[in-house]
Design a binder for this molecule. Structure first.
Ligand SMILES: [Zn+2]
Length: 68
């Protein structure tokens, strides 16, 4: 019998961030530019990750602009 474990989760970590000019379109708080790291895990084993840079809101965390 095969036990099919379908457990995928994604974690987003901010490695470092610094304030940048601009405000969030959602809540109006200050925006900051952040180096992000997204990792996708399957059954708690990291299978894929990428680093990217984005302008995010320091308050609500929404991504305002992303760079590749
Ligand atoms: Zn916001």
């Amino acid at each position: 019998m095969v036990c099919f474990c379908f457990l995928v989760d994604q974690t987003r970590k901010v490695k470092r961030s610094k304030p940048v000019a601009g405000t969030c379109s959602r809540c109006g708080h200050c925006a900051s530019i952040a180096d992000m790291k997204t990792s996708t895990r399957f059954c708690f084993i990291p299978i894929y990750w990428k680093s990217w840079r984005a302008v995010v809101c320091s308050f609500c965390g929404s991504v305002l602009k992303s760079y590749r």
